[in-house]
Design a binder for this molecule. Structure first.
Ligand code: ADP
Ligand code: ASP
Ligand code: MG
Length: 452
């Protein structure tokens, strides 16, 4: 059994969905379970419509819904042609759009939105795409069957970034997915969405369909987890940021995980952990070029000093300084609890005897966080920073590589610099507008001439 996940661009329109159906058909002998994202751009549009409706621009929100409806129905018609199948699927999808419109109306009456209602709305993208892909697979001769992801992906109630409940997911996958595969059928599930044990819809966080695929792969003890996307595999850097990025054929779990956490959007940061837990290889393939070799991610790829570079912006640095407190035992713990209570993940941390600096993605909660941190001493925030991660399993044991990395930074002011405890990730925090040029210099230094 394998799990094959198709991202937004792989289901963006009729041509992409047809290509995706062909890829699945070619894998039927491997007993695939298919996970799909929303049609490219849909989740963004849904979140925008929710914002408009709750900001009492219902007309704007409904206009967006009707544009999305027209797009989805046109895709259905283009794939299935004129006839009963199109009418039936069109009616199913249209009913979901009616539901969505009602929800948005309710939001506009309330004039306000909760994280729970936002998740309910965000979930429609995958609710629309999954039945369309299922029907397209059947149209291509695959015995596909739709499974409501909310019956399988059981999560807690942290709306917007729900945590999976692994034991429940395992049980639900064995009950609702595995028997279908054993019957020779191809289950199709929407990624990204889940539900609490009470059945309230949740989402796993943006880009979360990758995470759905790996959770499902682990629950079903799949042989492989395949991530089908719009690039040839994991590359030595984001090709949208760096010129000359190259395909990585084989990379280690720990390296891929660090890269994903520091901006390599090709994988959701949580994708790797479930695969590591069960030792399941993860593959990244290009759905536009299915014949490509892609990237294989496993525990045992050869170690390189620098395997790839990732980066991200919109980072805030929080600095807490206190001559009295920080030496005291327990102070760091209390500081981290401020972030933990809000579910805010901290990325880079550096300390001295009297101060601690840490970074997180910029959020609207920063002011509240600062107010709480002032209990420990002077606390301040610097916005608009960015992080670069230079990642390689043999980085720490190759002083030459470290020196070259530092040299490549050039005359750019560093706000923080840190090497993680396993020595595979050198992170540097700088002004956000320096991330792009410094990534290019680092990439030229390590991947300029020879093959990756
Ligand atoms: P999908 O919709 O298939 O999930 P995403 O847009 O989420 O696709 O992820 C694919 C994108 O990730 C690529 O188009 C690329 O711009 C970006 N990306 C960032 N870092 C990397 C990297 N190291 N290797 C490959 N792609 C990367
Ligand atoms: N559709 C969701 C998003 O855009 C999940 C995903 O594509 O992985 O974030
Ligand atoms: Mg993605």
């Amino acid at each position: 059994m394998i799990v094959a996940k198709f991202g937004g661009t792989s289901v963006a329109d009729a041509a992409a969905i047809t290509r995706t159906a062909g890829i699945v058909r070619g894998r039927v002998s491997r007993a695939p379970v298919v996970v799909v994202s929303a049609l490219a751009g849909t989740t963004n549009a849904l979140l925008e419509a929710a914002g408009q409706a709750s900001g009492v621009n219902l007309v704007g929100a409904i206009t967006m819904v009707e544009q999305m409806r027209a797009r989805h129905l046109a895709v259905v018609k283009e794939i299935l042609g004129v006839g009963a199948d199109t009418d039936e699927l069109g009616a199913t999808v249209s009913m979901l759009f009616d539901e969505l419109a009602h929800l948005l109306e309710a939001l506009s009456v309330l004039g306000h939105m909760t994280p729970r209602s936002l998740d309910a709305i965000a979930s429609y993208g995958e609710q629309f795409s999954a039945p369309i892909v299922e029907a397209s697979l059947r149209h291509a001769g695959v015995d596909a069957v739709l499974v409501d992801a909310r019956k399988v992906m059981v999560t807690d109630a942290q709306y917007g970034r729900a945590e999976p409940r692994l034991a429940d997911i395992g049980a639900a996958a064995r009950e609702n997915v595995r028997p279908l595969v054993l019957e020779g059928r191809v289950p199709v599930l929407g990624g990204y969405i889940g539900a609490t044990p009470d059945g309230i819809t949740t989402t796993l966080g943006r880009g979360g369909s990758d995470f759905t695929a790996s959770l499902l792969g682990a629950a079903l003890e799949a042989e492989a987890i395949e991530i089908w996307t719009d690039v040839d595999g994991m590359l030595t850097a984001d090709p949208r940021v760096v010129r000359g990025a190259r395909l990585i054929e084989h990379i280690r779990f720990d390296e891929a995980s660090e890269l994903a956490s520091f901006g390599a959007k090709v994988l959701h940061p949580n994708t790797i952990a479930p695969a590591v837990a069960r030792g399941i290889p993860v593959f990244v393939f290009n759905s536009m070029k299915p014949e490509g070799s892609g990237t294989r991610i496993t525990a045992d790829a050869p170690r390189h000093a620098v395997r790839a570079i990732a980066g991200k912006g919109n980072t805030a640095i929080i600095k807490v300084r206190s001559p009295r407190m920080l030496g005291a035992s327990g102070a760091l713990q209390q500081i981290f609890e401020v972030f933990a209570r809000r579910g805010l993940p901290v990325d880079v941390v550096t300390t001295s005897e009297v101060s601690v600096s840490l970074t997180l993605d910029e959020t609207h909660q920063l002011d509240e966080v600062l107010a709480e941190l002032r209990a420990f001493g002077d606390a301040g925030v610097e916005r608009g920073r960015g992080i670069i991660a230079v990642v390689g399993a043999a980085l720490a044991t190759d002083p030459g590589a470290m020196a070259r990395a530092i040299a490549a930074i050039g005359h750019v002011r560093l706000h923080m610099l840190s090497l993680d405890s396993t020595g595979i990730n050198l992170t540097m925090v700088m002004d956000g507008d320096q991330v792009r040029p410094v990534m290019q210099r680092l990439h030229d230094t390590f991947f300029g001439g020879s093959a990756a």
